[in-house]
Design a protein around this ligand. Structure first.
Ligand SMILES: [Zn+2]
Length: 1037
C-alpha cells in the first residue's frame, strides 16, 4: 500500500513535529529553554554528520485500487425518516452514543494544551505514576453477587503448561541491584483500593424457596417471574442442581453482607425444570440498581455501566434475566469512546492504561511506546511473584513492532549514529532510551535495565541541565521518545555485509484445476498492474524490491525476464526431489526495467497452459525452489504461492486426498465466487510494508523477564524471536515472569528491539520502550488491567494448549484461572461492606463474557460443521492477531442499519451479539474481522427491501447473496459504504453473506451471536456468569 499515496501528512524530519511544540510548551516548558530550539528535531543529525533523512513510512498509504474508502466515507447521505420507525422493536443497549468513532482531525493543533494538565508529569518526574485523575477511569466498581465468605485457596499454577522452556534470559543482565536512580523513582505508591465496588446489584442467596424472590423496591413475592419460558439446556453441569431453593433479596433490604453469612448453599440451578428461565436470580442477582438504593447510593452513584433503565422498577418482572443488568460490552466500549476518545493519549506517564482498542484516539509519544505497538495485560505489575501467583493475572505484552499508524501520527524517526552504531549498555546490550540515567556531568550513564555504569562515548557527550537531564534530550528521539529507529551498522548484518534489496517471487500453479477455474488468467492480469504498487520507502520513486516468476504443476518452470530480452525464456526443472535454481541472472529483476518482458510473460502464461491435462501438483519443492532462489541472490524476500489443489504428485511433501473430493465441481471451487476476496487480499499482501530477515528481542529491567512467546516465528534460543518477514499486522506476544522482587519506585521497563531489513534493503533497529508501574497492593493491579489484552493472551495460550492437551482440560484451565483472578480480587480488594459478595473489578467486568466467547470458539468447542482444517486455520490466525483483531473476532460487532437516520454519517451504534437484540423489522451487519453478514428481518419494510435489493418483497431476496446491487438511493449507498468502511478497517477482506431471518443459512449467522447459547454446546453469557459465580464461591469457601 504505498505507491499512490499522497505525501504523508507527517512533516519531513527537519520540520517541526506537531507533537513537539506541545511537548515543550505544556509539560516541559521550563526546561526547554536551556537547549531546545523551537524546532526540536531540526538537529537530528546532531553529533553524527551525514544523518540521512528518512521520511516516515508505512502509514497513510492508500491502497491504489482495492481500497475501500476510509471509515469516514461511509457516510452516504441517505435520508429518511421513513426508516426511523424500524427502531421501535429493538432493544437498546443503554445510551447509544453518537460521539463514537470520532477521530481528531489531522490538523488538530498538538501544540495546544494536551490532555488535562493533571496528566502531565511534573517536570522532574517525567515518568512518575499516573496522577489521580488518570485513575478515575479505572476506578473499581462492580457487579455484586452474593456468595459465602471464605478465604480463597492458594492459587495454583496453570493446569497445563506450554513448554516454558525459555529460561535463561537472565544471562544477559545480572540480577544485581536496583536501578532506582532515574527520575521516575519518586512516585508514591498507589494506595489500595477503597470504595471501589461500583454498583451493588441485588443479591442472590441460598437456600430458600424458589418462589420468594423479592424484586427490588417493591418487595412482594414474585411468582410471575417463575413462569417464563424454559431456557434451553445449559452446558455447565457441576454442583448446581435443580432444587428450587434460593431466594433473592433486594439489596436495599439488607445491610451489606448480611445474606452472605448463611451457609453456602447450592447454587441456583442453571436450568432446572422448576426454575425455568432464571427468573429469580436474574432480576435479583444481576439486576441493575433500580431506583434509589439507600444503602449503597453513596458509594456507587455513577452506576453507568449496568442497568440501562434508570426508571422505577417495572410493575411486572421481566420474563427472563434482563441482560442489560449484566456488564455489557457495548456499554463499556461506548463509555470508553466517550471518555477517552476525545483527547490524545499522551505517553509520558508511566503505567498509564491506554484507551480501549475500540476507541479511536490519537497517540502522542512522550517517552513510552504507543499502545499501537505494545499493549499489556496490566500496567501495574505486582512487586513479588507471590502476589502475581495469588492474582493469577497473566503478565504479558502483545507487541506489534511494525504496526501501521493512522496518518495523523508520525512513524518512528530514524536515528543515524554513523559508524559507531547505536549506543548500548555494555552489559545487557539494551539500547539507549529515555530511561537511561546520565551521571557524572554527562560523562557516564547508568543502564535502566541492569544498572551497569557505562561511559558515554566522546561523540555522544552532552552536558546535563540542573535536573540531571541532558540538554539535548528533546533533540534526540532516543532520549525523549518511546519508539524510534536506529540505522544499523554492518555489524548487524548477515555475514557482515549490508543486505541486498528484498525480492518477491510469484509462484503460480498452472495445473488443470488452476487453469480451469480461471485463477491463472485472473492472477496474471492482476499482476500486470499490481507490480506497480510494490512497497517502497517513504519518498522513494520506485520500489527497490525485485520480482521473479515461477510456474509449476508436477515440474517447475523458471523464467528469465531480463530487460535485454525480447521475450521471456522458460527453464524447466523436473527433478523436484533435488531442487535447484537453473538461472541467476535475469530471474530477479526490477519491475520498471523489465516491464515489457514481464508483461509479455504474464500475457503468455495463461495461453501456454490453456490446454494442460496435468492435474497433479507438487508443493514442498516449490517452496524449496523459492528459498534457493533467494539464497542464491543473497537477499531476503517473500514467496507468493498460488496453489489450488492437494499436492499429490510424487515429490517431497506429497499429501493424500482426504475428503475434498466432494467439493469438486461445486460452487465452492469456482474462482468467481471468491474473486473479489482473492484480489483484495492479494493487493494488500503485495503492497504492505514488510520487515525482512528480522530478529526481535525483549529486554526487561531487573526483576522480571520474558519467559514465553506466542506468534508465527522461529526461535533458535530462548530469547531471540526470528522472523523471515514481519508486516504491520503481525504481533508477537510475550509473557513475563518474576525472577526477583520489583520496586514500586523504579517500576519495570520493557524494551523491544526489532532488527530488520526494510523494503529498500536498509538494515534497521526499531526500538519500543515501555515503563510500567509496580505495586504492593493487589488493588492496584486490578485497577490497571486491560481485559482485551488479557483475552488476547489467554486465547493464544489456550489455542496453543490444544496441541498438547485435551480441549476440555484447556477449557477448564481457562475457567479456573479466570475464577482465581476474580476470587483473588474479591478476597483482597473488595471492601468489607461487601463481604461475601463477588465484585467484578471495573476494568475486568467483561472478562467473563469475553472469556466465554473464547471458550465457545471453534478451536475450543467446535461444532460438527467445523473441519479440522478450519480449526487449524483459525488457530494459526489468532496466534498472530493483535488486540483489536481478537476483540472483534471473539465478540463480533452487530450494527443495526435502519435505526439511525439514513443521512447519519457515523457508524451506527452497535448492539449486543444476541438474538434478542435483533428486531425482525430491521437489517443488521455483523462482522468479526473474517466474516461479514447482512441479516434481514422477516418484517422489514418493503421500501427497505426495494432500496437495498431491488426486489419487491422479502421472499424474493436471494439468501446467501454476496454482493449487494449498486442502486442509486440513499439507503443502498449508505449500506454499501458502511460495508466498504468495515472492510477497510480489517486486515483481511470480509466476504459478505446475506442471511434472511428464518432461512436455513441463519444457523451460520447465529453462530456469531456469542451472548447466546451455541449449537455446539457453548454457554450463554448469562449461564456462564452463573457458572463463574459458582466457581468463585467454591474458591472462596
Ligand atoms: Zn544494561
Amino acid at each position: 500500500m504505498n505507491v499512490n499515496q499522497s505525501v504523508p501528512p507527517v512533516p519531513p524530519f527537519g520540520q517541526p513535529q506537531p507533537i513537539y511544540p506541545g511537548y515543550h510548551q505544556s509539560s516541559y516548558g521550563g526546561q526547554s529553554g536551556s537547549t531546545a530550539p523551537a524546532i526540536p528535531y531540526g538537529a537530528y543529525n546532531g553529533p553524527v554528520p551525514g544523518y540521512q533523512q528518512t521520511p516516515p513510512q508505512g502509514m497513510s498509504r492508500a491502497p491504489p485500487s482495492s481500497g475501500a474508502p476510509p471509515a469516514s466515507t461511509a457516510q452516504a447521505p441517505c435520508g429518511q425518516a421513513a426508516y426511523g420507525q424500524f427502531g421501535q422493536g429493538d432493544v437498546q443497549n443503554g445510551p447509544s452514543s453518537t460521539v463514537q468513532m470520532q477521530r481528531l482531525p489531522g490538523s488538530q493543533p498538538f501544540g495546544s494544551p494536551l490532555a488535562p494538565v493533571g496528566n502531565q508529569p511534573p517536570v522532574l518526574q517525567p515518568y512518575g505514576p499516573p496522577p489521580t485523575s488518570a485513575q478515575v477511569a479505572t476506578q473499581l466498581s462492580g457487579m455484586q453477587i452474593s456468595g459465602a465468605v471464605a478465604p480463597a485457596p492458594p492459587s495454583s499454577g496453570l493446569g497445563f503448561g506450554p513448554p516454558t522452556s525459555l529460561a535463561s534470559a537472565s544471562g544477559s543482565f545480572p540480577n544485581s541491584g536496583l536501578y532506582g536512580s532515574y527520575p521516575q523513582g519518586q512516585a508514591p505508591p498507589l494506595s489500595q483500593a477503597q470504595g471501589h465496588p461500583g454498583i451493588q446489584t441485588p443479591q442472590r442467596s441460598a437456600p430458600s424457596q424458589a418462589s420468594s424472590f423479592t424484586p427490588p423496591a417493591s418487595g412482594g413475592p414474585r411468582l410471575p417471574s417463575m413462569t417464563g419460558p424454559l431456557l434451553p439446556g445449559q452446558s455447565f453441569g457441576g454442583p448446581s442442581v435443580s432444587q428450587p431453593n434460593h431466594v433473592s433479596s433486594p439489596p436495599q433490604a439488607l445491610p451489606p453482607g448480611t445474606q452472605m453469612t448463611g451457609p453456602l448453599g447450592p447454587l441456583p440451578p442453571m436450568h432446572s425444570p422448576q426454575q425455568p428461565g432464571y427468573q429469580p436470580q436474574q432480576n435479583g442477582s444481576f439486576g441493575p440498581a433500580r431506583g434509589p438504593q439507600s444503602n449503597y447510593g453513596g458509594p456507587y452513584p455513577a452506576a453507568p455501566t449496568f442497568g440501562s433503565q434508570p426508571g422505577p422498577p417495572q410493575p411486572l418482572p421481566p420474563k427472563r434475566l434482563d441482560p442489560d443488568a449484566i456488564p455489557s460490552p457495548i456499554q463499556v466500549i461506548e463509555d470508553d469512546r466517550n471518555n477517552r476518545g476525545t483527547e490524545p493519549f499522551v505517553t509520558g506517564v508511566r503505567g498509564q492504561v491506554p484507551p480501549l482498542v475500540t476507541t479511536n484516539f490519537l497517540v502522542k509519544d512522550q517517552g513510552n511506546a504507543s499502545p499501537r505497538y505494545i499493549r499489556c495485560t496490566s500496567y501495574n505489575i505486582p512487586c513479588t511473584s507471590d502476589m502475581a501467583k495469588q492474582a493469577q493475572v497473566p503478565l504479558a505484552a502483545v507487541i506489534k513492532p511494525l504496526a501501521r499508524l493512522p496518518p495523523e501520527e508520525a512513524s518512528p524517526y530514524v536515528v543515524d549514529h554513523g559508524e559507531s552504531g547505536p549506543l548500548r549498555c555494555n552489559r545487557c546490550k539494551a539500547y539507549m532510551c529515555p530511561f537511561m540515567q546520565f551521571i557524572e556531568g554527562g560523562r557516564r550513564f547508568q543502564c535502566c535495565f541492569c544498572s551497569c555504569i557505562n561511559d558515554v562515548p566522546p561523540q555522544y557527550f552532552q552536558h546535563l541541565d540542573h535536573t540531571g537531564k541532558r540538554v539535548d534530550a528533546y533533540d534526540r528521539p532516543e532520549l525523549s521518545l518511546g519508539s524510534y529507529e536506529f540505522l544499523a551498522t554492518v555489524d548487524y548484518c548477515k555475514n557482515n555485509k549490508f543486505p541486498s534489496p528484498p525480492a518477491f517471487i510469484f509462484m503460480i500453479d498452472v495445473s488443470y484445476n488452476a487453469i480451469r477455474t480461471g485463477l491463472v488468467r485472473l492472477l496474471c492480469e492482476e499482476l500486470k498492474s499490481l507490480l506497480d504498487f510494490l512497497p517502497r520507502e517513504g519518498g522513494a520513486e520506485e520500489s527497490a524490491i525485485r520480482v521473479g516468476f515461477v510456474t509449476y504443476n508436477k515440474v517447475l518452470h523458471f523464467y528469465n525476464v531480463k530487460s535485454s530480452l525480447a521475450q521471456p525464456q522458460m527453464m524447466v526443472v523436473s527433478d523436484v526431489a533435488d531442487m535447484f535454481v537453473p538461472l541467476l541472472d535475469g530471474f530477479l529483476v526490477n519491475v520498471n526495467e523489465s516491464r515489457a518482458v514481464i508483461t509479455s510473460l504474464l500475457d503468455q502464461i495463461p495461453e501456454m497452459f490453456a490446454d494442460t491435462r496435468e492435474t497433479e501438483t507438487v508443493f514442498v519443492p516449490v517452496i524449496q525452489a523459492g528459498m534457493e532462489a533467494l539464497k542464491a541472490a543473497e537477499c531476503a524476500g517473500k514467496l507468493f504461492l498460488f496453489h489450488t489443489s492437494l499436492p499429490i504428485a510424487e515429490a517431497p511433501g506429497k499429501l493424500k486426498n482426504r475428503d475434498d473430493r466432494k467439493l469438486i465441481n461445486t460452487d465452492k471451487e469456482k474462482v468467481e465466487n471468491d474473486q473479489e476476496r482473492f484480489l483484495s487480499d492479494l493487493r494488500r499482501d503485495v503492497q504492505k510494508v514488510v520487515g525482512f530477515d528480522a530478529v526481535m528481542r525483549v529486554r526487561t529491567s531487573t526483576g522480571i523477564r520474558a519467559v514465553d512467546f506466542f506468534g508465527a516465528f522461529y526461535m533458535s534460543n530462548t530469547t531471540d524471536v526470528e522472523l523471515a518477514g514481519l508486516d504491520g499486522d503481525k504481533t508477537v506476544t510475550v509473557e513475563f515472569k518474576h525472577d526477583d522482587r520489583l520496586n514500586e519506585e523504579s517500576g519495570a521497563l520493557l524494551q523491544c528491539a526489532l532488527l530488520y531489513t526494510s523494503c529498500a534493503g536498509q538494515r534497521r533497529l526499531r526500538i519500543h520502550n515501555l515503563a510500567l508501574n509496580c505495586c504492593t497492593q493487589l488493588a492496584d493491579l486490578y485497577r490497571n488491567c486491560e481485559t482485551d489484552t488479557l483475552i488476547n493472551y489467554m486465547a493464544k495460550f489456550a489455542y496453543r494448549g490444544v496441541l498438547n492437551s485435551p480441549v476440555k482440560a484447556v477449557r477448564d484451565t481457562l475457567i479456573t484461572q479466570c475464577a482465581q483472578i476474580l476470587a483473588c480480587y474479591r478476597k483482597n480488594c473488595a471492601s468489607p461492606s461487601s463481604a461475601g459478595q463477588l465484585i467484578l473489578p471495573e476494568c475486568m467486568k467483561l472478562l467473563p463474557v469475553y472469556l466465554n466467547c473464547v471458550l465457545k470458539s471453534d478451536v475450543l468447542q467446535p461444532g460438527a460443521e467445523v473441519t479440522t482444517d478450519d480449526r487449524a486455520y483459525v488457530r494459526q490466525l489468532v496466534t498472530s492477531m493483535d488486540v483489536t483483531e481478537t476483540n472483534v473476532f471473539f465478540y463480533p460487532r452487530l450494527l443495526p442499519l435502519t435505526k439511525s437516520p439514513v443521512e447519519s454519517t457515523t457508524e451506527p451504534p452497535a448492539v449486543r451479539a444476541s438474538e434478542e437484540r435483533l428486531s425482525n423489522g430491521d437489517i443488521y451487519l455483523l462482522e468479526n474481522g473474517l466474516n461479514l453478514f447482512l441479516w434481514v428481518g422477516a418484517s422489514v419494510q418493503q421500501g427497505v427491501v426495494q432500496s437495498l435489493f431491488s426486489v419487491s418483497s422479502f421472499s424474493q431476496i436471494t439468501s446467501g447473496l454476496s454482493v449487494l446491487p449498486v442502486l442509486d438511493n440513499p439507503l443502498s449507498k449508505k449500506v454499501r459504504g458502511l460495508i466498504d468502511s468495515l472492510r477497510a478497517q480489517r486486515s483481511r477482506y470480509m466476504k459478505l453473506t446475506v442471511v434472511k431471518q428464518e432461512d436455513k443459512m441463519e444457523m451460520l449467522f447465529k453462530h456469531f451471536l456469542v451472548e447466546d447459547k451455541s449449537l455446539s454446546g457453548g454457554a450463554s453469557y448469562v449461564d456462564f456468569l452463573c457458572h463463574m459465580h459458582k466457581e468463585i464461591r467454591q474458591l472462596l469457601s
